[in-house]
Design a protein around this ligand. Structure first.
Ligand code: NDP
Length: 246
């Protein structure tokens, strides 16, 4: 139980990759806060985690709303008195080619995917810096490194996360806080379920390991970076993409 006594906040922990991360943390002994935009869904996810013996509760949180972020982290402090792990996983896509991309699609993707990481990290860092221990893991994307037609907003937000990760890693290394990122490739979740079958087949051909990843493939890398074992790794990006980007 390598996470026994540790408290983790997982944004977007209600489904997909975030849910898989939350489950693995709970199974390894961590106490959890599951954040999503819908309180009922967040509560249901937290209840499932309690089955593994974890203390867990759900919170309604839009990561792009600074007041909600501050309120939620206050609640976490009241409930648990510490925050050891922050997984910045919440993310959305609003795709479109550049000439058709509406300003709203740009703003909302940047607000949730990038500003959300800033707001949540700033809150969590208050506790981590004080307790001189912390692990922040940000979920970026292969799109930040390769680009992806139709995803100028998304790729920019995910590339922004990489710069943010390296800078905050340098700022707080002296306080015992590591900040790293995981860059998934194509992973089977609701986000990729919307793709047409023929497009999925074409994409699979670009992946040396020949398949889309599973949420567990991503969670395994995240859990390592969230653990005490990764203490000499900071400011890094681990790519989990079946070899499609090397
Ligand atoms: P899903 O769409 O399955 O899940 C997204 C999660 O984010 C949900 O739990 C959702 O919860 C939450 N969320 C969305 N907006 C907000 C918000 N404003 N505030 C709080 N929570 C929010 O996505 P995936 O699991 O596929 O993706 C997870 C992360 O991994 C994302 O950052 C994504 O960009 C990244 N990624 C995914 C890849 C893939 O192939 N699937 C590839 C590369 C990166 P709710 O709706 O309840 O609010």
């Amino acid at each position: 139980m390598e996470f026994k006594g540790q408290v983790a906040v997982v944004t977007g922990g209600t489904r997909g990759i975030g849910k898989a991360i939350a489950v693995k943390l709970a199974k390894s002994g961590a106490d959890l806060v599951v954040a999503g935009r819908n309180l009922n869904t967040a509560n249901e996810s937290a209840a499932a985690l309690r089955e593994f013996g974890a203390k867990a509760f759900g919170v309604k949180l839009d990561v792009s709303n600074s007041e909600e972020v501050e309120r939620v982290f206050e609640e976490v402090r009241r409930e648990f008195s510490r925050i050891d792990i922050l997984i910045n996983n919440a993310g959305i896509t609003k795709d479109g080619l550049l000439l058709r991309m509406k300003e709203e699609a740009w703003d909302s993707v940047l607000d949730i995917n990038l500003k959300g990481v800033f707001l949540c990290s700033r809150e969590a860092m208050k506790d981590m810096a004080k307790q001189r221990y912390g692990r922040i893991v940000n979920i970026t994307s292969v799109a930040a490194f390769m680009g992806n037609p139709g995803q100028a907003n998304y790729s920019a937000s995910k590339a922004g996360i990489v710069g943010f990760t390296k800078t905050v890693a340098r700022e707080y290394a002296g306080r015992g806080v590591t900040v790293n990122a995981v860059a998934p490739g194509f992973i089977q979740t609701a986000m990729t379920d919307v793709l047409q079958e023929n497009i999925k087949e074409e994409m699979s051909k670009l992946i040396p390991l020949g398949r889309f990843g599973t949420v567990e493939d991503v969670a395994n890398a995240v859990i390592f970076l969230a653990s005490p074992d990764s203490g000499y790794i900071t400011g890094q990006v681990i790519h989990v993409n079946g070899g499609m980007y090397m």
